[in-house]
Design a protein. Sequence first.
Length: 322
Amino acid sequence: MRSLQLFVIISICVALGSCKKDLLHWQKVTQLNSNTHSQLNHVKFLNNRICIACGGVTWSQSNVVISVDGGYTWASDTFSSPQIEMFGMGISANGSICLSGHNGEILYSKDSGSTWQHKQISNWLEYVGGSFVTPDIGIFASTVLQRQSAITRVNSNFDILDEQTFQFGLNNIYMVSSSAGYVVGYGTVMITKDRGNTWNFQNVQGDNFEAMSILGNEIWMCGYMGSIFHTTDGGSNWQRQRNGNDVTLARYYLLDILFKDAQHGWAVCDNGKVIYTDDGGNHWEEYTQFTTNSLRSIALCPNGDLLVVGDNGSIFRLATQQ
């Protein structure tokens, strides 16, 4: 019994010690005015000038906030139709944008977010993302309480062409070309190489996978419980770089991940923390915390700053020392 107690005490000390490492410091943190208090779920740059974030309030409004000066100032659009929070954002190769949410509701723009059309996919599911891989085929992913999901293909009028269903939840979809893409979800990663006709499971599990950062065949993926996985061959083989179930590691609830190159990357957390790696994801360090809002999405600014968005309309511009 004494040996067991000693082991437990040592384990706790090791775990606490791992949480007391020196924190990294931001060069500058600037909170920007989003002109909304709604939750913001995704942020992406379309080019060096235009950046778009989307969100809203679950059953009452859609919000789109747009910057046309590289992410410094923002204007907010609130939509009475659809009155649905936008969870997903997909940008097609031709520049069209699809924002997606509950009840199959879609906001669709062909002009870099200047104007939006209200569309609907008629199966009324909760869509977490999707985009058009060709002008005539859109591929969208949905979820039902993290227990069921579907991948739906639509035509240019958003009429359903076909649908595949699964007995687990999905969180995001990434179409990297007109034929290839990935979906991530509850303990699951799948890949298509034939424009969504078939989806094949990849040999990786152990977390509720939230997001990917894709640089060609090199991909990093984060899970909500804090795990981070890496592949250098497009997903044929995965390496777990961080084990979210390791009690000796700090607990992070990860929502998004971003790598600017093969060595330098960041991930944002549900509790407002940001972590960083400078060795390709093998080791991660924590930055000093600047908010308690959930940080849900991260993007790289044209000048090298980071842009993070989250709850209560929060948008932060972060200057790093790297």
